[in-house]
Design a protein around this ligand. Structure first.
Ligand SMILES: Nc1ncnc2c1ncn2[C@@H]1O[C@H](COP(=O)(O)OP(=O)(O)O)[C@@H](O)[C@H]1O
Ligand SMILES: [Mg+2]
Length: 376
């Protein structure tokens, strides 16, 4: 799970990394009050889980509390690369003398971490990395040894960072280690005119395998775009939100993946997908359908099940019972194949729900779901 900038900032501060004073709000009126508290002049920053906010107009300096309110009103609700801005962070403006880039990232292929650092940080870091890769140092970090002062000095030296950054590099490793992160990134890490080293932006990706002990983010994870994913996860379902209009439910990761391809091949775009795994009880079907149907982008739903250990008649029973508890608002196309397919189809036919149709082939069912989404 990615954290918001304001959450990353909180973790940095907890581990002794200096950050500008800042507060978060979802209201432009409150932004004015916060700006006054922070001394008047503030940087208004969109809180979305994507980079490049500055270039997209999501990071703006406001000269006084009234300007902060106006700027917050502009930024709240803004769309940045498909992410709607629900909150802004107001931060004290910092007198920047130099901008650096530092990150630690898990290098799965090499089985270790990689420190990436550059003395030319800031909004153009991608450009720097692409055109002058020698300006970006890459130093392997052994996970067992971690980033000691000596290692941090080696990283700073390789990237041409001032010695004052060594302490921050050690503390940033502590963030990664103690908070179960697989990525921590500070861009920019700045040196102020007064010679302080401050983290002005932060990205942290937590290791989802350690989610059971990341209790701190439980409620936050359910916010904004993650709401449906969190609801699904709470029910033990694997749900992923996409950009299209056909909702997809399938059993097993492989079948779900090929269902996405087949739907895309019919000229429609998957709205999401949900893997119900091996089980397809009435409860799982009801949970799955209610998650999929609460996505307003969904125009039709394609349930694609290949009966194996879970037989199709059990799946059909599950769908029929789910139809008693979930109000179906969109057409549902069901394709049942494999173990006990004929009995499953008969059970669904017997239910005679006006919004449920069956198609026996995967391609045919995908085409139908695509047509219905197009018409809906
Ligand atoms: N508190 C701040 N004071 C002064 N300048 C800032 C502050 N926060 C951000 N900036 C400037 O805005 C730029 C973009 O902000 P940043 O938080 O890095 O967003 P993003 O990386 O998403 O574009 C930074 O590179 C920095 O130059
Ligand atoms: Mg940045």
């Amino acid at each position: 799970m990615d954290l918001y900038e304001h959450q990353a900032r909180e973790l940095f501060a907890d581990h002794g990394i200096l950050v500008p004073r800042a507060e978060v709000t979802d209201s432009s009126q409150e932004a004015r009050v916060i700006a006054r508290r922070l001394g008047g002049r503030v940087v208004v920053k969109a809180q979305v889980k994507t980079g490049g906010r500055g270039k997209a107009g999501g990071v703006k300096l406001a000269a006084d509390p009234a300007a902060a309110e106006l700027t917050a009103r502009q930024i709240l609700g803004m769309d940045i690369k498909g992410h709607t801005v629900g909150k802004v962070m107001l931060a004290e403006p910092v007198d920047i003398e130099a901008e650096f880039y530092v990150s630690y990232v898990l290098d799965r292929a090499a089985g270790r971490f990689l420190a990436i650092a550059s003395a030319e940080g800031g909004m153009e870091i991608e450009e720097v990395a692409a055109t002058r890769p020698e300006a970006v140092a890459r130093v392997p970090v052994d996970p067992a040894e971690g980033v000691t002062s000596a290692k941090a000095a080696e990283i700073a030296e390789a990237a041409g960072l001032p010695p004052a950054t060594v302490d921050v590099l050690v503390r940033l490793w502590e963030v990664l280690l103690r908070e179960d992160a697989v990525l921590v990134e500070v861009n920019p890490l700045v040196r102020t005119a007064q010679g302080q080293i401050l983290a002005l932006d932060g990205k942290v990706t937590l290791d989802d395998n350690a989610r059971f002990r990341q209790t701190r983010w439980g409620a936050e994870a359910a916010e904004h775009g993650d709401q449906l994913e969190a609801a699904a996860a709470a029910k033990g379902l694997n749900y992923v939100k996409l950009d299209g209009e056909v909702g997809i439910i399938g059993n097993g990761a492989g079948l779900v993946m090929s269902t996405l391809d087949v739907v895309a091949g019919c000229g429609a775009r998957p709205a999401n997908f949900l893997d119900i795994g091996g089980g397809a009880s009435a409860q799982i079907m009801a949970d799955g359908l209610s998650v999929i149907l609460s996505d307003p982008a969904v125009k039709s739903v394609f349930v694609n099940v290949f009966g194996g250990i879970t037989a199709c008649d059990a799946v059909a029973d599950g769908i029929v019972q789910a139809l008693d508890t979930v109000r179906l608002t969109k057409p549902l196309v069901v394709r049942l194949d494999g173990n006990n397919a004929a009995r499953g189809r008969a059970i669904l036919d017997g239910r005679r729900h006006p919004l449920v149709q069956q198609v026996t082939t995967m391609d045919g069912a995908a085409r139908r779901a695509a047509q219905l989404a197009d018409a809906g």
